[in-house]
Design a protein around this ligand. Structure first.
Ligand SMILES: Nc1ncnc2c1ncn2[C@@H]1O[C@H](COP(=O)(O)OP(=O)(O)OP(=O)(O)O)[C@@H](O)[C@H]1O
Length: 354
């Protein structure tokens, strides 16, 4: 389903929970609504579902305004974080519930339930009750139930929040595969940036009731449009006075200019590694964290602390070691909460490894 949202606003009392949100979603995409708690993600989802009224603005499905359409007529499937399965019903009955309400003929219901049990990998569990299932299995039943009436849009509100880390990881891949297979437009709310980056075709960053940025995970990571977005997606360090770092002084203007620096923009090594470059700083290793596939190294240059990744093949560093530090790139903050991108070594490509 193609979705368009124009000038969407919602107030609760005096509190503006959603202010002037605009976006478009192409059919078949999986969209992650990402942002801090209380930002307005759930309110946007509930307005799309018709569970919350719209104060101002329009919601269009396939170009048709649906603001006043009741939830059951919008062709939407809903999955909540807390399963919301019927406890006294078996897996089969839970999945069939929406179809019974819609008065589908019995044989068709049986056929559709069998299809969904197969799709969601629940074969053999048909007669179990929710308390006889694991969290991951319960969530798959919730998916099957939401998908049963063949919705054109699937809305997922923190679908994996209540599930432990390992299963959550498996469910993410499973969700991605299922959405690809079904080609159904889906929107999921999360405050877990890894989840959004891993699963979504496009991410919408929602903060203080506003859509801060929309784009693919890579676009948002690479070109964050505001300091908030940059610090919300990916690892970074905020440097309080970038002018104190050599090579940035003239470019960054006034002393006290703040900057955001990603770990992959920082390179560390022995002085011989950088002997042809004048723009290095001398730093000291503060902490070294083993990350499984690499090291995360914290370095201090005077009062400035930076983090960087270091591959396992390289010489192991220890706290207190002296290193040369080369900063390839930084985002410099302007006063007005925007910024400019500053390349320290303009001829040098950004060393991003993915
Ligand atoms: N029915 C309501 N009545 C009053 N205030 C509400 C209501 N629903 C939401 N709010 C407020 O609106 C703001 C946005 O809430 P919303 O649930 O949309 O945020 P969220 O981004 O989904 O947050 P979370 O990640 O914590 O679920 C919050 O400050 C919340 O307290």
């Amino acid at each position: 389903m193609h979705i368009e949202v124009r000038g969407l606003k919602k107030k609760f009392g005096d509190f503006q929970a959603v202010s002037d949100v605009n976006f478009e979603i192409e059919k078949g995409q999986l969209i992650g609504l990402l942002g801090p708690s209380g930002g307005g993600k759930t309110s946007i989802l509930r307005m799309l579902a018709g569970l919350e009224s719209v104060d101002e603005g329009d919601i269009l499905f396939h170009g048709k305004r649906v603001n006043e359409l009741p939830p059951q007529e919008r062709g939407i499937g809903f999955v909540f974080q807390n399963y919301a399965l019927f406890k006294h019903m078996t897996v089969t009955d839970n999945i069939a519930f929406g179809l019974e309400v819609k008065k589908w003929p019995k044989p068709k219901i049986k056929e559709r339930v069998a299809e969904l049990v197969e799709l969601t990998g629940l074969s053999g569990f048909e007669k179990r009750y929710p308390h006889q299932l694991s969290g991951g299995q319960r969530q798959r039943v919730a998916f099957a139930r939401a998908l049963a009436p063949e919705p054109q849009l699937l809305l997922l509100d923190e679908p994996f929040a209540a599930i432990d880390a390992k299963i959550r990881h498996e469910l993410r891949s499973w969700l991605r595969e299922m959405i690809d297979r079904l080609g159904i437009t889906s929107i999921f709310v999360t405050h877990d940036q890894d989840e959004a980056i891993e699963v979504a075709d496009q991410i919408m960053i929602i903060n203080k009731g506003r859509l801060e940025q929309k784009g693919t995970p890579w676009e948002i990571y690479k070109d964050p449009e505001s300091p908030f977005v940059a610090s919300f997606i990916g690892e970074s360090t905020i440097v309080e006075d970038v002018a104190a770092l050599r090579g940035f002084g003239s470019a960054s203007g006034a002393p006290g200019t703040k900057a955001l620096i990603r770990p992959e923009y920082v390179e560390i090594g022995k002085s011989s590694d950088f002997e042809l470059l004048s723009a290095t700083e001398t730093g000291r290793v503060r902490h070294v964290h083993f990350r499984g596939s690499e090291w995360l190294v914290e370095v201090e240059i005077g009062a400035t602390k930076l983090v960087t990744y270091r591959s396992l093949e390289k010489q192991i560093l220890h706290p207190g070691d002296e290193v040369q530090v080369l900063i390839h790139r930084a985002y410099l903050f302007n006063d007005n909460d925007s910024w400019v991108m500053e390349n320290k070594l303009k001829e040098d490509p950004m060393p991003v490894h993915i």
